[in-house]
Write a new protein. Structure first.
Length: 345
């Protein structure tokens, strides 16, 4: 049974590791202590009954309290009630009579007091940690507002900057904001980024083919050319006639509005990609892309992609053949388009 208890503790620890929400983790910790107290109270109640039913004829607490109770359930509930009361200082209705009973009551009272202190301290620590985390974000936002006010930033721009910062703190975390990622081993991080970004790259037919072919280039792209950004509502991703930076965008969550040179609006939703042309040719954006809601975007850096492919091209590796063929066909089809666009065609 002791081995089962140890095993149960291991199972609870593994379950806690899978809880991502701080609130759910706190509720789970509270439930764990409640279950431990129920387990403890059951055995204390059984021990209290055993102490009160001696083999000798000495007077005991059972003789004074169970004169009118005959059912086993009622007797167990009285014992369980006494056991639970030890966590709050005991009860006057049922009290020890003999020396053995009083010794048992004192011992259980000390154990219950220690267990209560342990539970309260652990739960208080969890709540304090949660409040510190939230307070840190509030202090950072106050510092940002003070900085903007001291530098005479217009109110409209200040509002957008603060809204973007609030969204970044309350939304999904990026890898740069997670300090522990810096101490995780490189092979594990590479495996994590490969799984995280290959799912996103699979939305594009070229990269989906590379993933299905188990191309080693996919692993290099996921770990060397991909990043994640978050935008608030109203943020501008790029504007018409801007010289395009070599960034292709994959929409992970949220919606954006794309307006072309004819002011025609297209809604760009999740699992879509924009500005692919920057990967294969020199490009100037043909429209405006603006976030309509909080947006999470994966960015593929064209410069990094070219740097990853250059050694393979120089070595005449067959890994790059699908990319070369696709690039030629893409540029050819792009030149045949009467009206150029940043959206897929």
């Amino acid at each position: 049974r002791l081995l089962r208890l140890v095993r149960m503790q291991e199972v609870m620890s593994k379950l806690t590791e899978h809880l991502e929400s701080t609130r759910i983790s706190f509720c789970a910790q509270t439930a764990k202590f409640a279950a431990a107290f129920v387990f403890f109270a059951h055995f204390v109640a059984c021990g209290w009954w055993a102490v009160g039913t001696p083999e000798t004829n000495r007077q005991s607490w059972v003789d004074q309290n169970f004169a009118d109770l005959s059912s086993l359930e009622a007797k167990y509930l009285v014992c369980l009630h006494w056991a639970w009361s030890q966590f709050t200082g005991g009860m006057d209705q049922v009290h020890p009579i003999s020396t053995y009973e009083r010794l048992y009551a004192v011992s259980i009272g000390a154990l219950a007091f220690g267990a209560s202190l342990l539970a309260v301290s652990a739960l208080t620590s969890s709540l304090t940690q949660s409040l510190i985390t939230g307070g840190k974000g509030s202090r950072q936002l106050s510092q940002l507002k003070l900085f903007l006010r001291q530098n005479c930033i217009p109110r409209s721009l200040s509002t957008r900057l603060c809204r973007n910062a609030s969204h970044a703190m309350s939304g999904d975390l990026t890898e740069d904001s997670v300090e522990l990622l810096s101490v995780i081993s490189t092979p594990l991080k590479m495996q994590m980024f490969t799984l995280m970004y290959s799912r996103i790259l699979s939305w594009h037919p070229l990269f989906l083919d590379l993933i299905n072919d188990s191309s080693p280039l996919v692993r290099k792209i996921c770990n060397g050319a991909m990043s994640m950004i978050q935008l608030a509502e109203g943020d501008i991703v790029f504007s018409r006639s801007d010289e395009a930076e070599p960034h292709m965008f994959f929409i992970v969550s949220g919606t954006l509005s794309y307006k072309d040179s004819f002011e025609e609006e297209t809604i760009v939703g999740e699992q879509s990609y924009v500005a692919e042309a920057v990967l294969w040719t020199e490009w100037t954006h043909m429209g405006d892309l603006i976030a309509q809601s909080p947006v999470k975007i994966a960015v593929l850096d064209g410069h990094e992609l070219h740097e990853l492919c250059r050694p393979l091209l120089q070595a005449s590796k067959t890994t790059t053949l699908p990319l070369l063929q696709y690039a030629r066909e893409f540029v050819k089809e792009l030149n045949e388009q009467e009206f150029k666009t940043d959206l897929p065609f």
